[in-house]
Design a protein around this ligand. Structure first.
Ligand code: AMP
Ligand code: MN
Ligand code: MN
Ligand code: MN
Length: 290
């Protein structure tokens, strides 16, 4: 069992990187990747923990991409967390988020919601502020009955409190991941579009720009969907990856490391082609046996 898509408290997960690896060891995982949103801050602790726990570990990151339709996330596997160009781009993403956050606050205030920056920031603690924290702040003030209601009424794309933020283009993300020594993987491809024909045409375009692969194994994929995605990868000479998108049981109670929703089984045989593509310059710890 392996898991190549996980989050720590360096983004919106609950576990420290070392706790994540300890949990993986208890569950018997052979390999994993840490793929926090838009930052690599947890990678050094993660790789060191993998070394100590004798688990193969790949340095990773998950990038939110600018696309006309749907949601596209690209996971970079094997990236150098100290890569200057990558870090400069991540800084730009962070700055874009901060500017966007203050615009959301101004919009909500204009709409008559009595909300202060300090209460939103306090909810985020050491985390970067996301729309979820605005939702929680609105909930605490009694303006909505749930965070989901805050999204549905105000914070989701198309609603009155929505403001877009700076994101990398698909080509920029693919180039950046390659420059940082990694391979780029389209995460949860069915979140981009569930229309497999449409997905295939979008992925074949990205393959032309150097996309490495896609996550065929992901919680919620049916057997048939996984098989279709494996075939699609083969037709376009794309690598296959898979992950649970674990965020901690407090954030996603039904999603366990490695096992996902219980039906996930990511074969260890995916590793060899991934390591071959990443090459010896990539950033990872590899156990002799894996
Ligand atoms: P941000 O990165 O600040 O734009 O916020 C992204 C966060 O908002 C992620 O945690 C998403 O899961 C959450 N999110 C985005 N859209 C929705 C939605 N329509 N309903 C509930 N949560 C959402
Ligand atoms: Mn997340
Ligand atoms: Mn994602
Ligand atoms: Mn994720």
């Amino acid at each position: 069992m392996i898991d190549l898509h996980t989050h720590s408290l360096h983004s919106d997960g609950t576990d420290r990187p070392a706790e994540l690896v300890a949990r993986a060891a208890r569950l018997g995982l052979k390999a994993m990747a840490l793929t926090d949103h838009d930052n690599c801050a947890g990678v050094p602790e993660f790789i060191e923990a993998c070394r100590q726990q004798h688990i193969t570990g790949l340095a990773g990151v998950e990038l939110s991409i600018e696309v006309p339709q749907g949601t596209l996330h690209i996971v970079g596997l094997g990236i150098d967390p100290g890569h200057a160009e990558l870090n400069a781009a991540l800084e730009q993403v962070l700055a874009g988020r901060e500017g966007r956050n203050h615009q959301i606050l101004a919009k909500l205030q204009q709409l008559g919601y009595d909300l202060q920056w300090s209460e939103v920031a306090a909810l985020a603690g050491a985390d970067v502020v996301s729309r979820t924290h605005f939702g929680k702040a609105l909930l605490l003030r009694g303006y909505v009955g749930s965070v989901q209601e805050a999204f549905d009424k105000l914070l989701a794309k198309g609603q009155a409190g929505y403001v877009d933020r700076y994101r990398l283009t698909p080509v920029a993300a693919i180039d950046l991941v390659a420059a940082a020594g990694g391979v780029s993987i389209v995460a949860h491809p069915l979140h981009w579009t569930s229309d497999l024909k449409e997905l295939e045409s979008r992925l074949s375009e990205l393959a032309g720009y150097g996309l490495g692969g896609l996550e065929a194994y992901y919680p919620g994929h049916s057997r048939e969907e996984t098989i279709e995605l494996l075939r699609l990868a083969q037709r376009h000479k794309l690598l296959v990856s898979g992950g649970s998108d674990y965020h901690g049981l407090a954030v996603r109670p039904a999603i366990e490391l490695g096992r996902g929703d219980g039906t996930l089984a990511i074969p260890v045989t995916l590793l060899e082609p991934l390591f071959e593509a990443i090459g010896s310059n990539g950033h990872f710890y590899r156990e002799a046996a894996a």
